[in-house]
Design a protein around this ligand. Structure first.
Ligand code: FE
Ligand code: FE
Ligand code: ZN
Length: 303
């Protein structure tokens, strides 16, 4: 059994990769995902190589393989947009370079939102942008994320993602990150994940699948909302998520939790606690915990 499980963790300039690894280990994880800075802005610090090497050392000691670690591109990048196209391309290119500096090989990207543009024009822009970026000599695979279809999001169907991949010249540098909340909200039925994988394989090809985001959903199938829920407390449910996580066909892929932090009711919701240590425990034990939120609040109040 080779469960590769982790969560979103922070990356701060003063603690660097070492801080991210320490956070992941505190959750009992054997992989992790991070943004190289705040997801909603483009301010990025200089990478501290010493902290990166210390991070590698700690990863090695704890059997965290570099190839399972994921970087998420900031979601303000929108390759669809004519107006911000040059900015988005140059920022994404810098993000690829930062991944290389950190030794990371998988960068997850939201394809974009077409906003006022015609969808075909928006998708053409995504393809154009990716072909500029993926033209370079680097080791980073850009993994397009399956989206919920909120607003004018591109990537809500496997067919849309396949169309983009078909038009990428450097196919060894493009992949897909499948997000369980997003595909549920997009209309794919997680009551039968093998059927979803069959569909993925038929339309895109399982070889392109590089990473799985594990989230429950606050909304029903096909709702096009994209609001993540803690494991077992949403409409997808614990058993369906376990079936995804332990599915043999994707057992070599990293599974990353992006479930919401839990607020502390008693302190007027001002404090929030990461759920990942508890959710990873549930996943390892394959046992649902209906008291998840209460247990998290109790635990973090004490420390
Ligand atoms: Fe994402
Ligand atoms: Fe995601
Ligand atoms: Zn989401």
């Amino acid at each position: 059994m080779s469960l590769i499980i982790g969560s979103h963790v922070s990356y701060k300039n003063d603690t660097g990769l070492l801080g991210s690894v320490e956070e992941a280990l505190s959750y009992g994880a054997n992989t992790f995902m991070f943004y190289t800075g705040a997801p909603q802005n483009t301010r990025r610090g200089v990478i501290n190589d010493e902290l990166t090497y210390k991070g590698y050392k700690l990863m090695k000691e704890n059997n965290i393989a570099l190839e399972n670690v994921i970087v998420h591109a900031p979601y303000i990048i929108n390759l669809c947009n004519d107006k911000n196209f040059d900015f988005s391309v140059s920022f994404l290119k810098q993000e690829v370079i930062r991944c290389e500096e950190l030794g990371m090989t998988k960068l997850v990207l939201h394809p974009g939102s077409s906003v006022g543009l015609e969808s075909s024009h928006a998708i053409a822009n995504i393809i154009k942008g990716l072909n500029i970026i993926l033209d370079d000599n680097h080791n980073v695979i850009i993994c397009l994320e399956t989206m919920a279809g909120k607003g004018t999001e591109v990537g809500k169907t496997f067919e849309e993602l396949k169309f983009i991949i078909d038009n990428i010249k450097n196919k060894s540098k493009i992949g897909i990150c499948l997000d369980t909340c997003h595909i549920n909200d997009a209309g794919y039925d997680l009551n039968n994940f093998d059927k979803v994988l069959d569909e993925f394989d038929k339309v895109i090809g399982l070889d392109y699948l590089k990473c799985i985001h594990i989230n429950d959903s606050k909304n029903t199938i096909g709702s096009h909302k994209d609001r993540h829920e803690n494991i077992g407390l949403g409409t997808i449910g614990f058993d369906n998520l376990i079936n995804v996580i332990y599915n043999k066909r994707i057992e070599n892929l990293p599974k990353i939790l992006e479930t919401p932090y839990v607020d502390d009711i008693e302190s007027d919701k001002k404090r929030v606690y990461p759920p990942y240590k508890f959710e990873i425990e549930m996943i390892k034990n394959k046992t649902n915990n209906p008291k998840l939120l209460e247990n998290i609040r109790e635990y973090y109040k004490k420390i």
